[in-house]
Design a protein around this ligand. Structure first.
Ligand SMILES: Nc1ncnc2c1ncn2[C@@H]1O[C@H](COP(=O)(O)OP(=O)(O)OP(=O)(O)O)[C@@H](O)[C@H]1O
Ligand SMILES: [Mg+2]
Length: 504
């Protein structure tokens, strides 16, 4: 056991926060010790990110006080937070795409929040050292634009490390990382803890919280409902505290009748990205596409959907070869893609939730060309209820929703399209445990309506529970096709890990 410090390192007392009169955090008391990794858990919209942003000076609390080492502090801005040694690694990485990785790394670190006074050579060397420390191989002279989400996240983490923070808050940092990158990050987090720093870790993955964290605080609907040593709580305890109702158990895939081949790809190739990809998906079938982040799964999905078309190979829909050069053409053929990077792809941040949900079905909300508000409202209302989207009103700009609730709204948009072929890219990333089961039910139901579903997922339990077959990709190639009866975590993993050159 750790010895309890007399004065906690960080102490929050009576923290409340309202947005437009709606209270999203209520009287939160929370102590963080020096040298602990403290998890924040809770459903989508429970208030985790809001609390993190208050610690980091992005939001001011409506009421309540914060103290550091026993002294009351005003964290009135991110710069003030930085001076106090507090860094937040955002749920959605914020970066300057046209600046180099090195410039992004040092941004906001100097007194005046600008980097131009740091000599270029020194900055580059220091930036490279931070990346090396993380064990990440990214050229720091290249621009941020075009980096994968995983790499952007690593740059964010390196930035926090470089600024010598005493309190580092990581808001869902692991979602886009490969298992190896997660291990690297955990190694770094433990080392920082052992140096006496404090880490707040937000994640929807209980296994990760168990592997990394010393204590956990659970939020429900803006209230802090518990703080305890992780070892004192079972998964069932945690889930009960989080959702306040029994978890709906996802038993099994709905038994759908498997029909004709709806989508087939043969020898699909985009040089340098993926090679010779062949598979098919039948009506009523859920085909999983597993593999590590970066294996090329998203690229294959984007090629089929016409975002970046393949240069070789054939795509067939209902047995007929088709040319899809634009997403519009894919949609016309009955294909929908729910992209991985939902925050970047097609979210209209300042538009109401309702319009975001119905954006892909203009013909349903405006059958005569004029928008029928009542139809728009009722479609949006149904989606909100089905996916338990937490919001103040359907008129609220979607950008004000919590990360997970934005995800759900974009998911809802594509579920409304009623496609015959549905490609889902990491659909449950960032979605809380209480809603996952509902979502799996919906997918199962879509399959039993005869839709062909391609499910890209890095979550093994998801692939194993839902899919009739699991395809696996590694380094741009298909490495396995595993029948439901044969599928196991080990088989998927061993096909997902890139092979070391046999001759080496
Ligand atoms: N700028 C804002 N304006 C209005 N409401 C907001 C704003 N930011 C957050 N909220 C609301 O505060 C509540 C808590 O959101 P928060 O982002 O803290 O949730 P979270 O626990 O981080 O959820 P998730 O797991 O989905 O990331 C939500 O209902 C959200 O809609
Ligand atoms: Mg959040």
């Amino acid at each position: 056991m750790k010895k309890a410090d007399a004065v906690p390192f960080v102490s929050a007392r009576g923290i409340s926060k309202s947005f437009a009169g709606i209270e999203v955090l209520r009287d939160v008391d929370l102590d963080l010790a020096k040298g602990e990794i403290h998890a924040l858990l809770g459903e989508n919209g429970a208030g985790k990110s809001t609390f993190a942003k208050i610690l980091a000076g992005i939001h001011l609390p409506t009421r309540g006080t914060l103290s550091l080492d026993g002294r009351t502090i005003e964290v009135s801005s991110p710069v003030a937070a930085q001076k106090l040694g507090i860094t937040l690694i955002h749920q959605e990485p914020i970066s300057f795409p046209d600046l180099s990785v090195a410039e992004n790394l040092v941004l906001g670190r100097s007194e005046d929040g600008w980097f131009s006074r740091v000599p270029w050579a020194e900055m580059t060397i220091e930036a490279q050292r931070s990346m090396d420390l993380l064990g990440v191989h990214i050229d720091v002279a290249r621009p941020m634009r075009g980096l994968s989400i995983a790499d952007q996240q690593m740059v964010e983490i390196a930035r926090a490390l470089a600024s010598d923070s005493r309190l580092i808050i990581m808001d869902e940092p692991t979602a886009p990382l490969t298992p190896r990158e997660v291990e690297t990050l955990f190694g770094i987090a433990r080392r920082l803890r052992d140096e006496g720093r404090t880490i707040v870790f937000i994640s929807h993955r209980l296994e990760e919280v168990r592997a990394l964290c010393d204590r956990v605080t659970i939020f429900r609907d803006g209230d802090k409902v518990a703080t305890d040593t992780i070892g004192n709580l079972s998964d069932v305890d945690i889930i009960r505290l989080m959702i306040g109702r029994p978890l709906k158990e996802y038993i099994h895939k709905h038994s759908a009748e498997i029909g004709e081949v709806a989508l087939e790809v043969q020898g699909l190739t985009l040089p340098g990205v993926f090679h010779d990809i062949s598979f098919s998906v039948r009506r009523g079938e859920i085909v999983g596409l597993g593999g590590l982040v970066g294996a090329g799964r998203t690229d294959v999905a984007r090629a089929i959907f016409g975002v970046v078309p393949a240069t070789g190979g054939v795509v067939k829909v209902d047995g007929k070869a088709v040319h899809i050069d634009e997403p519009e053409e894919a949609i016309a053929l009955g294909i929908a893609l729910v992209p991985e990077d939902r925050a970047a792809a097609g979210i209209f941040r300042t538009l109401p939730v309702e319009q975001n949900i119905t954006a892909a079905v203009p013909d349903r909300i405006a059958p005569t060309g004029v928008i029928r508000r009542a139809i728009e409202r009722s479609l949006a209302q149904d989606s909100v209820a089905k996916l338990r989207i937490r919001l103040a009103s359907l008129n609220q700009p979607i950008g004000e929703l919590s990360g997970g609730n934005q995800q759900k709204a974009i998911l809802a948009r594509w579920l409304l399209v009623d496609p015959s072929i549905l490609i889902l890219d990491e659909p449950t990333r960032g979605i809380d445990i209480g809603v996952k089961a509902e979502f799996y039910d919906m997918i199962g139901e879509l399959a039993s309506q005869g839709k062909a579903i391609l499910l890209i997922s890095s979550e093994m339990p998801e692939l194993l529970a839902l899919c009739d077959r699991v395809l696996v990709m590694a380094e741009g190639r298909l490495t396995a096709e595993i029948a439901r009866s044969e599928a196991s975590q080990e088989r998927i993993m061993s096909a997902a890990v890139p092979r070391v050159e046999a001759a080496a």
